[in-house]
Ligand binder design. Sequence first.
Ligand code: SF4
Length: 85
Amino acid sequence: MAECRHCTRPKPLTDEHLADLLRQVLLQHAWTEAPAEMAHARRQRCAACPHRQPPDTCGICGCLLSIRTRILEQDCPDPAGSRWG
Ligand code: SF4
């Protein structure tokens, strides 16, 4: 189950919380939700990444992966180069 280190929402975050958070982030920044296949492929890359902080955080940027991977305009923040391809 996803947990956010920075927000004050109840933990662990439920799928409903994550969906609400994604809606707010997309609206706030005028971003677009990534197609499901793209988000799934990104999640697979994150699952195998040494920077991932289980259960759901990127150790480089601190983002919730279940949110970041679903934003079309976002990329993997690895300074060595995007792991999302
Ligand atoms: S560095 Fe990239 S691939 Fe690794 S956990 Fe962060 S977003 Fe995912």
